[in-house]
Write a protein of this length. Structure first.
Length: 58
């Protein structure tokens, strides 16, 4: 899963490029706990990425 990769990533470039697809994938699979961990790790970027989701996904 992309979200697992982002939670373990050290490089900012890796996280930024895959953030929106990872959030979409986690939402589709119902991985709420992993979304919470990602939000804790990178709160500002996570909140800004929500703008790129469909209304139903938010």
């Amino acid at each position: 899963m992309l979200i697992d990769e982002l939670l373990q990533a050290e490089s900012w470039g890796i996280i930024q490029a895959k953030l929106v697809p990872a959030i979409k994938e986690a939402i589709a699979m119902g991985e709420v706990e992993k979304l919470s961990k990602l939000r804790t790790k990178i709160p500002y970027s996570f909140e800004n990425s929500l703008k790129h989701l469909k209304k139903a996904e938010r």
